[in-house]
Design a protein around this ligand. Structure first.
Ligand SMILES: C[S@@+](CC[C@H](N)C(=O)[O-])C[C@H]1O[C@@H](n2cnc3c(N)ncnc32)[C@H](O)[C@@H]1O
Length: 821
């Protein structure tokens, strides 16, 4: 058994530091900076005062002299007292570089001298003055901590345990430290195993260009530092290293070593037995842009990082003229301005730095943002990027035919060794690739970025078709392989929770619909039920952003993570997206008409009779008014908010009036279903939340636990962002599918489009497979195409004559099944 080393830190400058500093004179220079701080403060404050003087002097007022003296004195006092750190900061960053002659060489020694000149008089005030300038550092640490926990769960002083889920994380098998008993259960949705073996290596973190060590101190509340056997802070600037040493001595952290060295030359000290260390985390926060020769540094770090380790970076950046990733693109003024501005302080922003990182490591998560701390106009671009080494042991997801498909002819066609490779795997600029930290790719398949550019949000925040009726007619079994439209993801999860088929291809052309489904999957995999319910049941969680970074992020693809980071500030999940627009409009109307109390009483009525009475006497007269019909008749509103395209509206009008359709939809719902206890489809938009006894299966505690504890049910789900035809052609085997749920989407199609899709469905369906569709028309025109392609049509439900209630949504006029002959 290996005994963890305890490391002693030296407070004075060490041998490496002296070597770089060049002489003992240089050393004393570095350690005696206080007189320089004071003179810097004086010069800084005088500069502020002089600026104030000039400003006031130019004012055309009568008593300007006394006013100027007042301002001068006030300016001096402020800049020498509360404003001292910022005066010093301004002096060092903006003025001093203009007057100081710096060493011009590119070797380590000159680089160190330059940095020391820059930092020596601001080391003591570094943390205070960088708080708002160097944004993204907390996000970086939180994301690294979250990702790290997937492979290296905290065993000691976990200050931030994720309640019940914390107990089912994988144990850290390689550690020599005792394993907490709570961590002994196996993980249901297990991350890739640590390949490093059992009981051998000790855990290490290198913070490159770690400065004063504040990040390491902060990390303690995210991933407690004592879980690392050793942490190295490597920094070339002696005065900052000095502050770091004092910090760790104050904290009494003996496992943190401050090494004053050029990162390009950093070696794990021999006394730490490098061969016995697993370097699981390497971070660079705002240091890559300061390192002159960054290529060897990145190469070196790539070598040092272990295969299951995480590399994290936060820094300023500028984009290329044309960037693959639209979120990082900036105009030419910004590109040039920030590059020149930072160059004065020897901070280099050329895009090749970020690009080289992305070349060496594989992206796990990234986000590009703007720091507006100076004001809304000044937006300093920064990014956070988490990556890992490519891990060849984790092959890309391949589609394999199940040997257990229940149709004989499928078995003969699809041996389990037959594999289809997605033909668009090369076009995946915005989705993480599979590697040791590829949890975010468990469900989401690579997709073409052009789809991302087309959609800024989803239409449906929840699925608007009744899965209870689907399941009644479907006869779904655990061997079935389905293709369904993702929509809000509720029905995909309903099938998974209630039955658990062998494969569910969830398809949607709108990437945002799939981001929503991914969020639900990530929530089931990483949150406790209370938090999960708050987000999806109540539609609001005050700490959503925190949960997103600390818990959900490892389970989300990069694209989904970026989407939710950008859209994390919602007051209700159900007011987001296109359907959210409809819900907001509806709530505005009920407020204007003062109908809210009546709507609430109706939704919470004890019986259907009371509910119907309130509807009939207090709501219906307004609700089915000409104003509402006018709104509903508007093409743009119908499409953007309700997802009803013009073609579908036309089908509906062809068989009667819009008014008649609406009356026949809503009246039966109110008269035949009890909203509070059995119709969440209407309770949700009216009350903006679910109630536990009336919610989709994935949201009930039972459904959530079924999915959480049975990884196979979740992993059967593969999320595709493409057209159905393309997914069928490229991602499914001929004769593979046994169930297909097309919802109402054929209503949207032209005859050629419908022909193409039905032909592709027919080819991929096994004999005896069942295809389901709903329509706004009672007898949709495309039924004939199904017949032509070998399907026997069975009408399951039709809304006419005496049967005006067909399911809890009751929005569609008919529901059909096509049996593949
Ligand atoms: C802007 S500071 C960031 C410090 C700290 N990581 C933070 O987030 O506050 C950049 C740091 O990079 C260090 N640095 C620059 N070049 C370096 C090199 N070649 N090797 C090691 N450290 C370097 C500087 O000394 C400085 O502390």
């Amino acid at each position: 058994m290996t005994v963890p080393l305890k490391f002693r830190q030296s407070i004075g400058c060490n041998a490496q530091e002296r070597l770089l500093s060049g002489s003992s004179a240089a050393k004393s220079d570095l350690c005696e900076t206080s007189w320089k701080s004071t003179s810097g403060a004086l010069i800084g404050s005088t500069a502020v005062a002089v600026i104030a003087f000039i400003y006031v002097f130019l004012q055309p007022t009568g008593n300007s002299v006394s006013f100027t003296i007042g301002i001068f004195l006030t300016g001096t006092v402020i800049s020498l007292t509360v404003g001292k750190p910022y005066t010093l900061f301004a002096w060092n960053c903006f003025l001093k570089p203009l007057f100081t002659k710096k060493p011009s060489g590119i070797n380590s020694h000159d680089h160190q001298q330059r940095l020391e000149q820059f930092y020596e008089s601001q080391a003591a005030i570094y943390d205070v003055t960088r708080k708002r300038l160097l944004r993204g550092r907390s996000t970086l640490l939180t994301l690294c901590g979250a990702q790290l926990r997937q492979h290296y769960p905290c065993q000691l002083s976990d200050l931030n345990p994720m309640d019940e889920r914390a107990t089912i994380h994988r144990t850290r098998q390689f550690s020599s430290k005792p394993i907490a008993s709570a961590a002994e259960k196996s993980v249901p949705a297990s991350p890739p195993p640590s390949p490093t073996g059992v009981g051998r290596k000790r855990l290490a973190w290198i913070d490159v260009g770690g400065g004063t060590g504040e990040n390491i101190e902060k990390m303690n509340s995210i991933y407690p530092i004592e879980n690392f056997d050793v942490v190295y802070l490597v920094d070339i600037t002696p005065s900052l290293c000095q502050v770091a040493r004092q910090r760790f001595q104050r904290l009494g952290w003996e496992n943190v070593r401050v090494i004053c060295a050029d990162a390009s030359k950093f070696e794990v000290p021999a006394e730490d037995e490098p061969e016995d260390l697993e370097i699981a985390l390497i971070t660079m926060s705002y240091s890559l842009s300061m390192i002159e020769s960054f290529y060897p540094v990145v190469d070196r770090l790539h070598k040092l990082l272990c295969p299951t380790g995480i590399f994290g970076i936060a820094d300023f950046y500028i984009s290329h003229k044309r960037s693959l990733d639209p979120t990082r693109q900036m105009n030419w003024i910004m590109r040039w301005f920030w590059q020149i501005w930072f160059d004065v302080d020897n901070v280099y922003l050329h895009p090749c730095r970020r690009e080289y990182i992305e070349h060496k490591f594989k992206m796990v998560k990234t986000l590009s943002a703007r720091n507006r701390f100076i004001g809304p106009i000044v937006q300093i671009p920064y990014y956070v990027w988490i990556g890992a080494k490519e891990d060849d042991r984790m092959p890309d997801f391949k589609l394999e035919a199940s040997p257990a498909v229940n149709c004989d002819d499928v078995l003969t066609k699809c041996g389990s060794d037959r594999i289809i490779k997605p033909n668009n795997a090369h076009r995946l600029p915005c989705v993480t690739v599979n590697h040791a930290h590829g949890q975010g790719r468990r469900w989401r398949q690579a997709f073409d970025i052009k789809h991302q550019e087309r959609f800024s949000t989803y239409i449906y925040a929840f699925t608007w078709e009744d899965p209870a009726v689907d399941l009644e007619f479907m006869g779904l079994g655990t061997n079935d392989r389905m293709l369904v439209i993702s929509s809000g993801g509720c029905n995909v999860l309903e099938y998974a929770a209630r039955v658990g088929p062998a494969r569910i291809h969830a398809v949607d052309l709108n990437p945002c619909q799939n981001h929503l489904l991914e969020l639900k999957l990530a929530g089931i995999s990483s949150l406790n039920y209370t938090d999960f319910w708050q987000i999806f049941g109540e539609g609001y969680h005050a700490d959503f952003r925190k949960l997103l970074h600390a818990r959900l992020s490892p389970f989300l693809s990069d694209a989904s993570f970026s989407y939710w980071t950008k859209n994390a500030n919602f007051s209700s999940l159900y007011k987001t997206g296109g359907s959210g627009l409809a819900i907001k409009a509806f709530h505005l109307i009920i407020d204007l008409l003062r109908l809210r109390p009546a709507v609430e009483r109706m939704c919470n009525a004890e019986t259907i009779a009371i509910q119907s009475r309130i509807w009939e006497t207090e709501i219906r007269p307004y609700f089915l008014s000409p104003l509402l019909i006018f709104i509903l008749n508007n093409d743009k509103f119908l499409w953007k908010a309700l997802g009803v395209p013009p073609a579908q509206m036309q089908m509906l009008i062809d068989e009667g009036s819009a008014y008649e359709y609406i009356v026949n939809t809503f009246d039966p719902i109110i008269y035949q279903t009890h909203l509070r206890t059995s119709n969440y489809f209407y309770y949700l938009p009216l009350m903006l939340r679910y109630v536990p006894e009336n919610a989709p299966a994935y949201l009930t505690e039972e459904g959530y636990r079924t999915l959480q504890t049975d990884a196979a049910r979740l992993d059967a789900i593969k999320i595709h962002t493409d057209t159905i035809v393309s997914v069928l052609e490229n991602q499914c085997l001929d004769g593979e599918l046994t169930r297909v749920v097309l919802m109402d989407h054929l209503d949207w199609f032209s005859p050629e489009g419908a022909e193409n899709e039905i032909r592709a469905v027919a080819r991929k369906c096994a004999k005896g497979a069942k295809v389901f569709w709903r329509s706004a028309a009672k007898r949709p025109w495309y039924n004939a195409i199904f017949e032509r392609h070998g399907f026997n049509i069975v009408m399951l439900q039709i809304r006419e004559d005496d049967t005006l209630y067909i399911d809890r949504v009751n929005m569609y006029a008919s529901f059909y099944c096509g049996l593949r002959s």
